[in-house]
Design a binder for this molecule. Structure first.
Ligand code: FAD
Ligand code: UDP
Length: 396
């Protein structure tokens, strides 16, 4: 009998396996249908010996000291600030849009204050209801079309006007020359990669890992007290209310016989090609190697569920599954797929750490209170001196 069956060995499942085993001494069966741990953050050395991210570029960034400190127990870090270029009008310009982007794109030499004025002129103030509105409101139609409209259509298969505002709001617009993709307090890559970090998280003797296994194939044979499910929540309930839509990707990995392939870690292609972006891993990992490996991302509607699609009707459907999930006392849902949230890695770690606190409190409530065993030497230390003691009546 296991205390917990955990489905999915990505960040969501691995954080819980680590916490429950190391803090509560719980026994864990961790199941994943893939042939590795790490979920979508999995990385490995390819045939050429280059460290690559099988499921696309994963850049760690967070403002949460708690999350950063927690992960730092399992990895050292390589400081890394991510920078992205976008191919627009035949030029490679900095993305997110910032002063450098506009100066290069329009052949200008604006100061940051002038950029502020320039954007204020272009902005088309509107009520913000969609991913289109967020951008047009800030930079106007022209820059929206150059940088956002087609990329978003490609990535999500729908027009930005049909997507929640939160999607394009992930990418800021700056009037400064700050050309970093993220501005979080902590930005770094695991020094020896994500998979090494996961291996260290999962090294506890109470954790048994079963790979290449769909939990449905074993669930009837495994005895466990509680289940933690980090796969797609609609799948858990046999799609009883219908399928939650996810966006998938096809990854085309290539290795080239030269030191570097492109001039930045990631180049976005909003308006050309069927792929959205090309990532060159050596920029992320700092690895030195005579060859270089890259990955192209081709969005798809079919395939592994990589992205929940933030849209009102999908949120409503998820709410119905969540209501159902809340009726189950001994099954807990977490992670990007388990809670249908477009979460970054740090948000998933934070979510699972919070679930751990709930499970810890639940366990404390359910455990029978144990008799306290006190050594007589310890008792002496707290006992009043014999002169103050009432000695039991020998006759009693
Ligand atoms: P997952 O990593 O998806 O893990 C879920 C696991 O459950 C999977 O391994 C799956 O095989 C397993 N599973 C599902 N169903 C079953 C079943 N029935 N039986 C057994 N196992 C099952 N975040 C960032 O912070 N920075 C980035 O740069 C970044 N880049 C990204 C790029 C791409 C292309 C993608 C897709 C995501 C990116 N993310 C990034 C998000 C990041 O991948 C997620 O936040 C994180 O990996 C989610 O972890 P998770 O454990 O919730 O889910
Ligand atoms: N986006 C865009 N053009 C870009 C970069 C991003 O239109 O050059 C939009 C697109 O809709 C994308 C969203 O902003 O899905 C969020 O971008 P992010 O880089 O955060 O996406 P992720 O890394 O999660 O795929």
């Amino acid at each position: 009998m296991f205390d917990y069956l955990i489905v999915g060995a990505g960040f969501a499942g691995s954080v819980l396996a680590e916490r429950l085993s190391s803090q509560l001494d719980a026994s864990i069966l961790l199941v994943d249908k893939r042939n590795h741990v790490g979920g979508n953050a999995y990385d490995c050395y390819n045939e050429a010996g280059i460290l690559v991210h099988r499921y696309g570029p994963h850049i760690f960034h967070t403002n949460s000291e708690r999350v950063f400190e927690y992960l730092s127990r399992f990895t050292a870090w390589r400081p890394y600030e991510h920078r992205v270029l976008a191919s627009v009008d035949g030029q490679l310009v900095s993305m997110p849009i910032n002063a450098n982007t506009l100066n290069k794109l329009y052949g200008l030499n604006l100061s940051c204050r002038q950029v502020d004025e320039f954007l204020a002129e272009l902005a088309e103030p509107c009520e913000i209801r969609s991913s289109r509105d967020v951008v047009v409101n800030r930079v106007g139609q022209e820059l929206y079309e150059k940088f956002f409209r087609n990329y978003t259509r490609k990535q999500w298969g729908i027009d930005p006007s049909e997507l929640d505002a939160s999607v394009t709001a992930r990418v800021p617009v700056r009037t400064s020359r700050d050309d970093r993709y993220f501005t979080d307090r902590f930005q770094a890559m695991p020094l020896h990669g994500y998979t090494r970090m996961f291996d260290r998280m999962l090294a506890h003797p109470n954790i048994r890992i079963l790979l290449n296994t769909d939990y449905r194939d074993i669930v009837d044979e495994v005895e466990c007290r509680e289940v933690i499910f980090t796969g797609p929540v609609d799948e858990y309930f046999d799609y009883c209310y219908g399928r939650l839509p996810y966006r998938s990707l096809h990854f085309e990995h290539q290795t080239h016989d030269r030191q570097l392939y492109q001039s930045a870690a990631v180049i976005n292609y909003p308006n050309e090609h069927a792929y959205t972006r090309v990532t060159e891993f050596k920029y992320l990992t700092g690895q030195e190697h005579p060859k270089t490996s890259i990955v192209f991302e081709y969005p798809r509607s079919e395939g592994d569920p990589y992205y929940p699609i933030p849209k009102a009707e999908n949120a409503q459907l998820y709410a119905r599954y969540k209501e159902l999930a809340d009726t189950l006392d001994d099954v807990h849902f977490t992670g990007r797929l388990g809670t249908y949230k477009y979460y970054n890695m740090d948000q998933v770690v934070a979510q699972s750490l919070s679930l751990f606190e709930k499970l810890k409190a639940k366990r404390a409530r359910s455990l029978p209170s144990r008799p306290v065993v006190v050594l007589s030497s310890e008792l002496d230390a707290v006992r009043p001196p014999s002169s103050m003691r009432e000695e039991p009546d020998e006759a009693a």
